[in-house]
Design a protein around this ligand. Structure first.
Ligand code: HEM
Length: 406
């Protein structure tokens, strides 16, 4: 595979749905051109960063590398910015101020308060597998809904609105995938979904300002960053970020993790024989699937990476799935190992924007597998697994399984 073909994977949604092709391409880039200039035809030019150490160094230096104005490869800084502004679009000094608003809710102590509720939900979904009678689509029947219930419960949304949130999230993040998009154009589909989110959350802000409750939605609606009531756009951005980042990613880790277990039956048996491996298995699932495919940063001044000069204003794409298979950092990176230790994967990013939901995501995924593993007597794939065609956040969209439960 030549370098141009290899670099094409970052703007080809179908490449992310074909793991073998994606990982073969990024292995070539890591080896031959780890700081690679991509002149894509659909999106403005950028540099693809594929090695672990470089992704980490850029993520750690948020002075030199800014999140604004381009957070994903889709965005064209020459066009008007998206109507909402979220944490991931912010830099200092705003970013730490807005991050602090919800930080307490996501710290280990804040998240532990939810552990009973999460364990209940995990049981509900494993019971559901039992009710489905030995065959289901693990993505559609379990993984797509369970994290959504967790995060929307934390936000405090009513359960009857959950299906709407699920549909809008799939449309937003799966906008490049023909199964989820509303229209032929990915960008148009995403804009339509953003508008619907906007209307919904405007209503929620008004309500929680009038009737504050003990939920994250009220914390956000009534926050006073810099001493003044949060702006409507910032509050909406916060809700959208949490309602979306909080579940599609975890769904992908859980369902992609199941796919990995079933294509590595020795690892499934190892986990079944020793469920104390669930925590390391979950982190290995996150490394293996890397549900967030990339974020971008923009150079605030002339700089260089590995001796390659990068002028101020140029954008870099941090490839988390590639960094997580870096041969210089992980022993046997192409091996799925449920007991992998250490496992310093970059699936949650690093630095100032390090994922806010890490404790919640781990708690959720661990609770589900801790419930599921001991209750399964046998399990296998019942058909082809398919991955969503998406450039930003993705994982399986179909995981047909056949199983017998204890
Ligand atoms: C396995 C599941 C998850 C994965 C793989 C994941 C991954 C990521 C990544 C890669 C970033 C960007 C980090 C960076 O720029 O350095 C991020 C940011 C973020 N994540 Fe997650 N995430 C997951 C679950 C969650 C959950 C459950 C929440 C709950 C609300 C969440 C909320 C956020 C937020 C709010 C940010 C933005 C933080 C900021 O910009 O300061 N994530 N996540």
């Amino acid at each position: 595979m030549d370098l141009q073909e290899a670099a094409g994977v970052f703007t080809d949604p179908r490449a992310y749905a074909d793991e073998e092709r994606f990982h073969a391409a990024t292995a070539v880039l890591r080896r031959e051109s780890p700081v690679h200039r991509v002149e894509a035809d659909r999106y403005p030019a950028y540099w693809a960063i594929t090695r672990y150490d470089d992704v980490m160094a850029i993520a750690c230096d948020s002075e030199a590398w800014r999140n604004w104005p381009r957070t994903t490869v889709h965005q064209d800084p020459a066009l008007p910015p998206p109507p909402i502004r979220t944490l991931v679009q912010m830099d200092a000094p705003d970013h730490p101020v807005y991050r602090r608003i919800s930080a307490d809710m996501f710290r280990p102590a804040g998240v532990r308060r939810l552990s009973d509720r999460i364990a209940d939900l995990a049981r509900r979904y494993v019971d559901r597998m039992a009710e489905l009678g030995g065959e289901c689509d693990f993505y559609a029947d379990v993984a797509a809904h369970y994290p959504l219930y967790v995060i929307l419960s934390l936000l405090g949304l009513p359960e009857e609105d959950f299906p709407l949130m699920l549909r809008l999230t799939q449309e937003l993040f799966g906008a490049d995938d023909p199964d989820f998009a509303r229209s032929a154009s990915g960008n148009e589909a995403a804009s339509a979904a953003i508008l619907d989110f906007f209307t919904y959350f405007q209503g929620l802000i008004a309500d929680r300002r009038k009737n504050p409750a003990d939920d994250l939605a009220s914390v956000i609606a009534n926050a006073t960053p810099n001493g003044e009531l949060i702006g409507e756009l910032e509050a909406i951005g916060y809700y959208v970020l949490i309602a979306t980042a909080g579940h599609d990613t975890t769904s992908a880790a859980i369902s992609g993790g199941m796919h990995a277990l079933l294509t590595h039956p020795d690892q499934w048996r190892r986990l079944r024989d020793d469920p104390s491996l669930v925590p390391t298995a979950v982190d290995e699932m996150i490394r293996w699937v890397s549900p967030v495919k990339h974020f971008m940063r923009t150079a605030s001044k002339d700089t260089e990476i590995r001796g390659v000069p990068i002028p101020a204003g140029d954008a870099v794409l941090l490839s988390y799935p590639s960094a997580n298979r870096d041969e210089d950092v992980f022993a046997n990176p192409q091996t799925f190992d449920v007991g992998r230790t250490p496992n310093r994967h970059l699936g949650f990013g690093f630095g100032a924007h390090y994922c806010l939901g890490t404790h919640l995501a781990r708690l959720e995924a661990r609770a589900l597998y801790a419930e599921l593993v001991p209750r399964i007597r046998s399990i296998e794939l019942a058909g082809p697994v398919e991955y969503v065609e998406a450039l930003f956040v993705g994982g399986p969209k179909r995981v047909p399984i056949r199983y017998a439960m204890a």
